[in-house]
Ligand binder design. Structure first.
Ligand SMILES: [Zn+2]
Length: 106
């Protein structure tokens, strides 16, 4: 199972490969770009399927906003689960729900 750093390295490598590739026509360049742009989605799916976790967040029992940064409160004020008792958060959930450690406002 890959961790966040390995996913990021894989994505960077794919982007660099694309940047250094020589294309003979616009169609093949477009096709390669389309493939490249599918990568983040494919990675998110894989993280979801494999339940990849991150040590930077923990999950409390709240229905909503259950992701808690490790560098934050050690106990959830709503459900009173503590960081020590909680499981590491799923990376997919963090990436889909948060930006800069704050929940994305939808
Ligand atoms: Zn909670």
């Amino acid at each position: 199972m890959k961790n966040a750093e390995q996913y990021l390295a894989e994505l960077m490598k794919a982007m660099q490969d694309f940047e250094h590739r020589e294309f003979t026509d616009a169609q093949s360049q477009d096709a390669a770009l389309t493939e490249l742009l599918k990568r983040p989605h494919t990675m998110l799916e894989e993280m979801h399927q494999e339940n990849v976790t991150t040590p930077n967040y923990w999950e409390c029992d709240c229905e909503d906003k259950y992701l808690n940064p490790v560098k934050g409160n050690i106990e959830c004020e709503q459900c009173h689960v503590t960081a020590d008792d909680a499981l590491d958060a799923r990376l997919h959930d963090v990436l889909v729900n948060m930006i800069n450690g704050e929940y994305l406002s939808i």
